[in-house]
Design a protein around this ligand. Structure first.
Ligand code: GLC
Length: 429
């Protein structure tokens, strides 16, 4: 769908729904036709968040579709493949070979990596905002509960590779911000030779990392002791924290004990502050293989603000940096995905500069929970301005708002719906 600057809110919402309908496969929403024909994990969580207010039943189907791919260990894969498009995406099922792994689900092919665990937060959002039958909503929470509990238990048991209470990502694809300059240094340290072939470009290194993990039989011990990429990422952990808090809140609905989840949220918050908080005021990723923080400031460094419990001293400092000319202060179409003042910044390269609706939405929500209405309005209005100007693109040039990446991107469409609904609810008082 192309630019429609003069569109009123209702028509913009209809266009967003039309994109989501066109991308619906019957079980899932593909992120975009052509380039992303399967189901991606955090895209699905964001799509469910976006649909929760207007189409709660569809939001529920989206999440249930994704959890069909959950492994016996509790791991929620970052891609659930659609057999109709098996050959249309690399690396596809033939690379991951999930069917050879005893813990993978039968009858559905998946990847073996995961992505930011925003799913419990999405379930909570749909419980909180969903209109319609409350009994259906309650049944859904109960149905999802054991799946989410298993997902969280898996992260705690296998991914705290630093032993400090945070989850480590073991591949840039697990961050959701695949090409972020924060991964340049840890990727450069990935061995350039050896099996399975000489890995030179970043993409070859991505594949090399995935194949090394596969050759280990997707073993937890390999990740801990041998795998060369292990990073504590602020976005992944912000999602884990938000979802832990969501589970604590949902526990009474599911007839479960909220305490372990409230404790997990506290533990992750303390570890984020202790391990990742950095000058001038953001959360840096930490490379567990060097033991050092990665000094690259990206939009991900603000995502822990999603946590309502983050003490205000951290919030205020981070908001100052976010609003400075490094980020919002320099760009007419915020929020750039990388600090505009660093050599790594590139206004048109994937995750190295462009603005994304997904991160804008997370920061919009952060501004709302921390009582920053001016920032919240700016983020909501500029995200809507981007889609009016350039359509539901994957991302946008932060200086002139030109669309980048693919068209008809589901996350952008879904979060547009949520922002429209939020603004309407606010206007209605
Ligand atoms: C790209 C993005 C990632 C997303 C996927 C599908 O890999 O970096 O965040 O999940 O596309 O949209």
């Amino acid at each position: 769908m192309e630019a429609r600057q003069g569109l009123d809110d209702a028509a913009l919402g209809r266009d967003a729904l039309a994109v989501l309908d066109a991308n619906w496969t019957g079980r899932a929403t593909m992120p975009a036709p052509g380039i992303y024909p399967h189901q991606w994990s955090w895209d699905s969580a964001l799509v469910a968040l976006g649909l929760a207010r207007s189409s709660p039943a569809r939001a529920r189907r989206e999440l249930l579709g994704l959890f069909r791919g959950q492994w016996a260990s509790g791991m929620v894969p970052h891609i659930v493949f659609n057999p109709a498009y098996d050959r249309a995406y690399f690396p596809g099922p033939e690379v991951w070979r999930s069917h050879e792994h005893a813990g993978a689900p039968r009858g559905v092919a998946t990847s073996a990596l995961t992505q930011p665990p925003l799913h419990a937060f999405a379930v909570w959002w749909s419980w909180r905002h969903g209109r319609g039958d409350r009994e259906d909503a309650r049944r859904f929470v109960r149905r999802m509960w054991p799946l989410l509990a298993a997902q969280h238990a898996h992260l705690a048991a296998t991914r705290d590779l630093g032993g400090a209470g945070l989850a480590a990502i073991v591949h840039p694809w697990e961050s959701g911000m695949d090409d972020s300059p924060a991964w340049d240094a840890p990727l450069a340290a990935v061995p350039a030779g050896g099996r399975p072939h000489h890995a030179r470009s970043p993409h070859e290194r991505y594949v090399w990392l995935a194949l090394g993990y596969r050759e280990s039989g997707y073993a937890d011990g390999y990740l801990r002791d041998e795998h060369p990429f292990a990073v504590e990422d602020p976005v992944f952990n912000a999602a884990w924290l938000a979802s832990s808090a969501a589970l604590a809140d949902l526990a009474p609905v599911a007839g479960a004990d909220p305490r372990p989840y409230a404790e997990a949220a506290e533990r992750i918050r303390a570890a984020l502050i202790d391990r990742l908080w950095s000058a001038p005021g953001f959360f840096a990723a930490r490379d567990l293989r060097t033991g050092r923080k990665i000094p690259v400031l990206t939009v991900g460094g603000f995502c822990p603000l999603l946590d309502p419990g983050l003490p205000s001293a951290y919030v205020n400092t981070a908001v100052e940096v976010l609003q400075s000319p490094r980020f919002i202060g320099a760009s007419g179409y915020p929020v750039p995905s990388c600090d505009t003042r660093t050599p790594e910044f590139d206004r048109s390269r994937y995750w190295r500069g462009p603005s994304w609706a997904g991160t804008n939405w997370l920061l919009w929500r952060a501004a709302v929970v921390h009582g920053q209405p001016v920032l919240a309005d700016l983020l909501a209005a500029s995200t809507l301005r981007l889609v009016r100007q350039s359509g539901f693109r994957e991302c946008f040039d932060p200086f002139d708002g030109t669309g980048r990446g693919c068209r008809d991107f589901s996350c952008t469409a879904a979060l547009t719906l949520d922002l429209l609904a939020a603004m309407e609810a606010r206007e209605a008082g």
